[in-house]
Design a protein around this ligand. Structure first.
Ligand SMILES: NCc1[nH]cc(CCC(=O)O)c1CC(=O)O
Length: 308
């Protein structure tokens, strides 16, 4: 039986996600042997500037994709939200496992609630999306960039001048940190998560049908349907992570309910729509159309220019 080589970034989060996927596959009855091959990406090496300034999402996947083309690895597990909206020819997302918690977590020193933070308090995040939504709710706060993996950010909250930080609940849980650290769970009404947040993408060569059949065993249709709506919206806005964009969908019976958001980094303009429908692509497209009508494209273009 074929041994399967799985490529992974070397961060604790990446390795845990990869191990989780292998574990799920084994539980689903896959008997193949697995080996994890660690790959260092540009995104892991550049830690001193904000991610948005150095080129965003692609940084974490390029080297991994090269290893896949070279057949050094058979598949890779990515955080869905780090995936560019279009994949290179020859590769595809061959399976989407069940989504972890989609929400952002607000973690404050001494557990001070967001509403109780004093004027001028410093909130750490490297995400324009999170910064924009925090500032929209609390224009009196200060956003300060924070980089590093999940564990590093928690340490910086304790050691540096941050009063609070925002992290994905899923990342926190996956690296084994206690949810008791979380001061508040931010629901999509307060902070629309990143498109795909909490979900994983299994990426493989499009012509490797044997592998596809194996990873499909842990494909989750609910997650795939909702993520497709979110990613369709993101793709049409052509935003990448240089622009504050959020999208979260869930199913209400058969219906997909998508909350989509575009804003300016200062949080002064935030466009938000909730769209319902039975077809993921249609729902994503409708959300994009509604926001574009309100000027979302202008925001995307303007923010992109300012970042250059
Ligand atoms: N941008 C970094 C990143 N990429 C994926 C996750 C974990 C969240 C997820 O699984 O979607 C994180 C950390 C964070 O956003 O706090």
């Amino acid at each position: 039986m074929r041994k399967i080589i799985v490529g992974s970034r070397k961060s604790n989060l990446a390795i845990t996600q990869t191990k989780w996927v292998i574990d799920q596959l084994k539980k689903a009855g896959v008997e193949n042997e697995f080996e994890i091959k660690k790959i260092v990406t540009k995104g892991d090496q550049i830690l001193d500037v904000t991610l948005s300034k150095v080129g965003g999402k692609g940084l974490f996947v390029k080297e991994i994709e090269k290893a896949m083309f070279d057949k050094e690895i058979d598949f890779a597990v990515h955080s869905m939200k780090d995936m560019p909206s279009a994949l290179p020819e020859g590769l595809e997302i061959s399976s989407i496992p069940v989504r972890e918690d989609h929400r952002d977590a607000y973690i404050a020193k001494d557990n001070v609630k967001l509403a109780d933070l004093k004027e001028g308090s410093i909130v750490g995040t490297s995400s324009l999306r999170r910064g924009a939504q925090i500032l929209a709710a609390r224009p009196d706060l200060e956003i300060k960039w924070i980089r590093g993996n999940v564990e590093t950010r928690i340490r910086k909250l304790n050691e540096e001048d941050y009063d609070a930080i925002i992290l994905a609940v899923s990342g926190l849980k996956r690296v084994g940190l206690s949810e008791s650290l979380i001061t508040e769970y931010l629901d999509p009404e307060v902070c629309v998560p990143a498109v795909g947040q909490g979900s994983l993408a299994i990426e493989s060569r499009a012509d490797d049908l044997e592998l596809q059949e194996i990873v499909q065993k842990i494909h989750d249709e609910y997650t795939a349907k909702t993520v497709l709506a979110e990613r369709t919206f993101l793709h049409l806005l052509e935003g990448g992570c240089q622009v504050p964009i959020g999208g979260y969908a869930y199913l209400d019976g058969e219906e997909i309910v998508l909350t989509a958001l575009v804003g300016t980094p200062d949080g002064k303009t935030v466009l938000k729509e909730v769209v319902r429908g039975n077809d993921s692509v249609q729902v994503g497209k409708q959300a994009a159309d509604l926001l574009i009508e309100q000027g979302a494209k202008d925001i995307v273009e303007r923010v992109k220019e300012e970042m250059e």
